[in-house]
Design a protein around this ligand. Structure first.
Ligand code: PLP
Length: 365
């Protein structure tokens, strides 16, 4: 279908093309000068002591877990309301993901529900910074310290999001940011791993590049795999990170427009905002009455939307875990009522007005 308002369009153009042309002219396509520049800029922006690129966010999480020594028999506590990769990366190490419900305001991990999930097997907590807001990290870090657990931050959606001034992904022991096509800055596929811990950094550095410290040696002190990016992707990344200020401003404006135009629709609620975090809107996320009918109505009017994440405890792939019988009221409510509206940068003012007019018409019917 040709949408009047699609869900997503990456904000890429002539700067990305210019950088890509340089890579082609240089004839060096694997990690090279742009990979170095992208990594340096990411490190400078996030203030992480160490940073490493990875092929995508899912594999970056897997590397973070391996770097923390997570293995079969361990348990890792993870937010129930997230993209499946947060849970599957844990399962891929052989460990068991243990799901925790989220807070009603922002759908981030509820720190008050963590301790009841801790057992003798628990090795780590994985908070997921969802929809462009940070989790409340102070209580999570306190619980981790008290129980001697590692904290692995899934900041896939967290580029540009700071908790009390510290970039998400750099607060716990290790974290990662994704650059998938729908993320705040994108390289199509790609990710960065951030840590302030030298031991974790050194382990992941070997694991990501065939068990060796750098590419130009054939001596492999460890066993690793290939989790690298290409210079083509990093060329796009460099152009994107330079545009972040502009991206953030446009997305915030778009989000504010939705909030203003829909403020009198009592069947809709926007997610709450916490003072300890800035917001870089991932989408304009609403909790809405009759969401399934609304989705159909918007679709008929050529507006593409996305439902919220399906709670991990309900995922068919985790059906053998005992947690499926526990209560996850908020993540279930979020899935039942949640709807993501587009906020991408090239969205025209008229398109947002059209989406809002259509929503208003739906509830007036
Ligand atoms: C919360 C969350 N975690 C992990 C991922 C996985 O990242 P990627 O798509 O780069 O593998 C995503 C992205 O889609 C995500 O939204």
């Amino acid at each position: 279908m040709e949408y009047k308002v699609p869900q997503l369009e990456p904000y890429v153009g002539k700067e990305e093309l210019q950088n890509l042309e340089i890579v082609i002219r240089n004839k060096w396509l694997s990690e090279g000068l742009f990979a170095k520049e992208f990594l340096d800029r990411l490190q400078e922006f996030t203030k992480a002591r160490y940073a490493l690129l990875a092929s995508n966010g899912t594999l970056a999480l897997f590397l973070c877990l391996l770097g923390c020594g997570i293995k079969k028999g361990d348990e890792v506590i993870v937010s129930d309301f997230t993209f499946n990769a947060s849970g599957s990366s844990i399962a891929f190490t052989g460990a068991t993901p243990v799901f925790v419900d989220v807070a009603k305001t922002d759908l981030n991990m509820d720190p008050e529900k963590i301790e009841e999930k801790i057992t003798k097997k628990t090795k780590a907590i994985m908070p997921v910074h969802i929809y462009g807001q940070s989790c409340d990290m102070d209580p999570i870090m306190r619980i981790a310290k008290k129980h001697n657990l590692l904290v692995i931050e899934d900041a896939a959606q967290g580029f540009g999001v700071f908790y009390k001034g510290t970039h998400t992904g750099t607060i716990g022991d290790v974290g990662m940011i994704s650059f998938f096509a729908d993320k705040t800055i994108t390289t199509g596929e790609g990710a960065v791993i951030l840590t302030n811990n030298e031991i974790i950094y050194e382990r992941i550095k070997l694991l990501r590049n065939q068990g060796r410290p750098h590419s130009s040696t054939f001596i492999h002190p460890g066993i690793g795999m290939n989790f690298r990016m290409t210079d083509l992707q990093c060329a796009v990344g460099v152009a994107q990170i330079k545009k972040f200020g502009e991206i953030e401003k446009i997305k915030l404006n778009n989000y504010a427009m939705y909030k203003n135009l829909l403020k009198n629709v009592k069947q809709i609620k926007f997610l709450g905002e916490n003072s300890y975090t800035n917001i870089v809107p991932f989408r304009a996320n609403i909790l809405a009455e009759k969401v399934e009918e609304l989705v159909d109505y918007l679709e008929k009017n050529k507006i593409e939307t996305r439902r919220f994440f399906y709670p991990l405890h309900k995922q068919p792939c985790f059906s053998d875990l005992k947690s499926k019988n526990e209560n996850y009221h908020i993540s279930e409510m979020a899935y039942t009522c949640g709807l993501s509206l587009p906020v991408f940068c090239s969205l025209a003012k008229e398109q947002i007005e059209y989406v809002c007019r259509t929503i208003i018409k739906f509830y007036e019917k």
